[in-house]
Structures are given as structure tokens and as C-alpha cells.
Ligand binder design. Structure first.
Ligand SMILES: NC(=O)c1ccc[n+]([C@@H]2O[C@H](COP(=O)([O-])OP(=O)(O)OC[C@H]3O[C@@H](n4cnc5c(N)ncnc54)[C@H](O)[C@@H]3O)[C@@H](O)[C@H]2O)c1
Ligand SMILES: [Zn+2]
Length: 370
């Protein structure tokens, strides 16, 4: 049995996501539930209510705690109850306006409600716009584990509106930069150079300037992510994914810190470790490795954490193997923009202690200089 539309959806960069013609056409005469988090309601609430509050749509604020601790199944239930209260039928649509957490929750709710209804996403964080809001996956944390329950349920429409990033705290912008560096390392040396060149202004302006460069960096990063997902949207073709760069050690690090370390910060540390391991294995030139560490550090992201022990790294490798169908598939770097997968646990294991020490020393000398 074939499903003609499986996995097809539109992702568009727009100037005013709340008054977009394609979104208006999608909502049309359908009942629509608009889901926002408390932070987004506080900052964008009046604009959202003006745009969607009347007519067939209704705005529901998920009042669970925002951020990672609010990514629970009970928040999904809240959304489903909201959909029931609004008498959303099979033709109904749920719209997420928020960060990656809100998008993930809505994706899960939309996949379950009446066995699946349409959903659209307007990501309001940099991570959401270049990563979390783009794919087919949704998940909640469960039994103390990140993303332990989830689904593949592609959205119908994703709107990327850079102006929504204006109110984002700097540390959240930094987390987005970590994911952009990941994409650049995995597939695009020019993207890496653009971030190197414009980093200061991108950060300070929260990606509102320099106009051309901010637009180019976010659009290219999102496009590279979509290209990486294409053909393997449901992860049923391959578990060898370039976008897993920075995502081998980071889940264990986040958990070990009790989620005090943000996801993007853990990704930055993971990328730094993989760059050093790549150099030590003779894959990556030492000047290129230095560029990677310098860019991560200049973005105000960590390259090292005291929580990162050899034991933690080894546990993370075993977790990654379980998650990747019994193979390591560790994305390392041959050059900036080109990944090479390593399968030998012994080869990584051999480098972990020295690589961690090297990062600790680099970190100490960087602190001493600044
Ligand atoms: N489904 C996927 O494919 C996928 C991929 C990557 C990450 N994710 C998930 O995404 C989540 C991370 O996303 P995130 O970084 O967007 O986190 P988030 O949703 O927690 O947002 C970060 C913070 O920014 C606030 N915020 C959101 N928009 C704002 C705005 N415009 N102005 C001011 N504050 C704003 C939020 O309230 C929150 O406190 C994780 O749970 C991760 O697992 C999912
Ligand atoms: Zn990530």
C-alpha cells in the first residue's frame, strides 16, 4: 500500500508568519488549535491572539513548565484535551508556535489525536528554525530519559520567521549557533566561514544583522538540514546520519548535568571532542581542528565540562550503539564540511583520555588569555 503524500511538506522563510497566505489557506474553514508556551504567550501573545484568536482558531497556552522539564506526556494530554474541547475533527489542524519543545509536543499530540491530524509549526527559537522544527519527529521525555516516547509525523507546513528571534535570550541564540556549526562541519565549509566572519554581529543582533549574512546563515543551515533529512525522513533507510555529528556524547552529558547544561552547550562539547579525536586519528588537519575549537569558544559555548569523564564517554558510546542499530556510526570530521564515520569502538576508546585532557588544557589556556 502506498501513501502518496508520505513525508511531503512545505518549509518557507517568511517575513510575517502570523499573516501568511499559505497558513491562512491551510486553516481555511478547519477548526484550528494554536498551541503556545507561557513564555511565547507573554512575549507574542497579543499578536497571536489578534491573528488567530477569533474565527475557527483557538489559542491554548500549555501551562506546564516551559523548557525541557515541560516536555512530558501530560503536556501532550493537555493539548489533546484542548483539541477535544474545541471539537477538532479529523480535518482539524494543530499549530505550534514556540521552541523545539512546543513543536515536539504538538507533533506527538497531532500524531495521536483521532489517530492523526494535520499540524503546522512556527518555530520561535534559532534551534527550532534550523533544526528542531524542520523534521518529521516529535517526542516527550519519559521515565527520566530524553525523547524516550515519540513518533514520526511530518508537519503540513513550517514557517521560518527570523524576526521572532529578537526576544530570544543570548544563551538560546548560542545553542542555535552550536547546531549551525554542526551543520557546517557536517556539510558546508562556506557556512562555517560565514559564521566565523559574522559571529559577533549575528550574536549581538540575535540574527537580525548583518541583514544579508543573517538571512543566508539561517536559510543555508535550514536547507542543509532538510537535505540531510531528505530520503530518510523516517530513519528507515539508514542510521548513519551526518546530522548525528555532535549528538553521540551530548545526550549523556546533558543527563549527567541534570539538564543544567543546555542541549546546544552539550552539542558544542561533543563537536569539540570529535574534532580533537578526528585530529588525533589523522583525519583532520590540526589547523582545522583549532578553527573548530576557536569558533565554538568565540560563540561563548563550552568546549569542555568537568562532568565529562572517560566513563561517561564510554557509556555514551554504548548508548549510541544501541540507538544506531548495533553500530557505532560515529560522525568524525575529515575536513570542515566533510564527515567520515568511524565504526571501531576500540579506536575511539584509545583516544578518549588524551582528547579530554587536550580539551581541558585548551580550555584552561583560553580562560587564562581572556
Ligand atoms: N524533533 C526533532 O527533530 C528535534 C530536533 C532537535 C531538537 N529537538 C528538541 O527541541 C528541544 C530544544 O528546542 P529549543 O532549543 O527551541 O528549546 P525550548 O523549546 O525549550 O526553547 C528554549 C527557551 O526559549 C524560550 N523561547 C521560545 N521562543 C522564544 C522567543 N521568541 N523569545 C524568547 N524566549 C523564547 C522557551 O520558552 C524556552 O525557555 C529539545 O527538547 C530537543 O530534544 C527536536
Ligand atoms: Zn541537537
Amino acid at each position: 500500500m502506498r501513501h502518496g503524500q508520505r513525508g511531503e511538506y512545505a518549509v518557507r522563510c517568511v517575513e510575517d508568519a502570523f499573516h501568511d497566505r499559505e497558513l491562512e489557506a491551510l486553516l481555511g474553514q478547519r477548526r484550528a488549535l494554536i498551541v503556545v508556551s507561557p513564555t511565547v504567550e507573554r512575549i507574542l501573545g497579543s499578536r497571536i491572539h489578534d491573528a488567530f484568536g477569533s474565527g475557527t482558531g483557538r489559542v491554548l497556552c500549555i501551562r506546564s513548565s516551559s523548557g525541557e522539564t515541560g516536555k512530558t506526556f501530560s503536556a501532550v494530554e493537555t493539548i489533546c484535551r484542548g483539541a477535544l474541547a474545541l471539537r477538532l475533527d479529523r480535518r482539524g489542524v494543530i499549530v505550534a508556535i514556540g521552541g523545539g519543545v512546543c513543536c515536539d509536543l504538538v507533533t506527538v499530540a497531532a500524531s495521536l489525536y483521532r489517530r492523526g491530524v494535520l499540524h503546522a509549526r512556527i518555530p520561535t527559537t534559532l534551534v527550532g528554525q534550523i533544526d528542531a522544527g524542520l523534521g518529521a519527529k516529535g517526542a516527550v521525555n519519559f521515565a527520566g530519559r530524553k525523547n524516550a516516547l515519540g513518533c514520526y509525523h511530518p508537519p503540513k507546513l513550517v514557517l521560518l520567521d527570523r524576526a521572532l528571534l529578537r526576544s530570544l535570550p543570548l544563551e538560546e541564540i548560542r545553542c542555535g549557533i552550536a547546531e549551525i556549526i554542526k551543520m557546517a562541519l557536517a556539510s558546508d565549509p562556506e557556512l562555517f566561514e560565514a559564521v566565523e566572519t559574522h559571529l559577533g554581529v549575528l550574536l549581538a543582533s540575535r540574527f537580525q544583522a548583518p541583514d544579508g549574512a543573517a538571512q543566508q546563515v539561517t536559510e543555508v543551515a535550514a536547507r542543509r538540514m532538510l537535505e540531510a533529512l531528505q530520503g530518510n525522513l523516517f530513519e528507515d533507510r539508514s542510521l548513519r546520519r551526518t546530522v548525528d555529528a555532535g549528538h553521540t556524547f551530548s545526550p549523556a552529558l546533558e543527563a549527567a548535568s541534570g539538564f543544567a547544561l543546555r542541549h546546544g552547550e552539550a552539542v558544542a562539547i561533543d563537536l569539540a571532542l570529535c574534532a580533537v579525536i578526528s585530529k588525533r586519528l589523522g583525519l583532520l588537519a590540526s589547523g582545522e581542528c583549532e578553527r573548530v575549537l576557536r569558533l565554538i569558544d568565540s560563540a561563548g559555548l563550552p568546549i569542555y565540562s568537568g562532568d565529562f569523564t572517560e566513563d561517561l564517554a564510554r557509556t555514551a558510546l554504548q548508548e549510541a550503539i544501541a540507538h544506531r542499530g548495533g553500530r557505532l556510526h560515529l560522525p568524525l570530521f575529515q575536513e570542515i564540511g566533510r564527515v567520515s564515520f568511524l565504526e571501531s569502538v576500540a579506536a575511539v576508546d584509545h583516544e578518549i583520555a588524551s582528547a579530554l585532557e587536550e580539551l581541558s588544557n585548551w580550555h584552561t589556556s583560553a580562560v587564562a588569555v581572556s
